[in-house]
Design a protein around this ligand. Sequence first.
Ligand code: IPE
Ligand code: IPE
Ligand code: MG
Length: 250
Amino acid sequence: MALFGKNKKDTDNSIDIRENLPAHVGIIMDGNGRWAKKRGLPRSAGHSAGAKTFRKITRYCSDIGIKYLTVYAFSTENWRRPDEEVNALMTLFKSYLEEALEDFKDDSIVVRFIGDKSQFNPALQKLMIENEESSKDRDGMVLNIAMNYGSRDEIVRAVKNICNDVQNGKISEASIDEKLVSDYLYTSGQPDPDLIIRPSGEYRISNFMLWQSAYTEFVIMNKLWPDFDKADLDEALNIFASRNRRYGGV
Ligand code: IPE
Ligand code: IPE
Ligand code: MG
């Protein structure tokens, strides 16, 4: 049973988790394709199942008091997939932006998109902007949906913008420090992720939050994303709570 479930009895363990709850959680939503393959279904069926998990886990994170959740939905490298799969993903994104994100209204969730929106079709871009606009004054959890996101791309963009701002006199070269670089990333103003969870058992970061994850705790889980449930999130939070973060100190 989920540790944070409505009917749970407080155990010492769960109290500990609550005290050590990460402010910012990142999730690399991986394993949709393998989930579908195991069932003899097309990969697109795995993406639909993964989208349902996204909805459930996002609400759960908001319910238990996570302040920032960043989910990796589509990378700058995912365009390399067959057209059929990319098209199915775009259709899924569109229906989610039209319907499912409405759900998050009740939870006061602020929806933001991180990544380069300009490569999506205009209708999708419009929906992304509308979702950001309509949710920006809410006071709940901030949900960053990483779409056409690549951290190297994000850093290149930041470097270009910093160069421009130095050239046009907006900032001085001397003012460039770690804080300023962070402020030029998509996650500007947000705390770095404390915990990044990768389901599906892959031990890699796949171009996700490279700068921001300098001192992030990683939890790799074997479940495929469509099968990931509240208890798995609790398990990741439990592991996180037991970690000793030293930030280079002793
Ligand atoms: C993650 O699942 C979703 C996206 C990258 C869009 P995958 O589609 O990568 O699933 P696997 O890794 O092939 O199982
Ligand atoms: C990372 O998963 C991107 C998302 C989950 C959106 P991938 O499936 O694209 O990563 P690799 O190719 O296994 O590294
Ligand atoms: Mg994958």
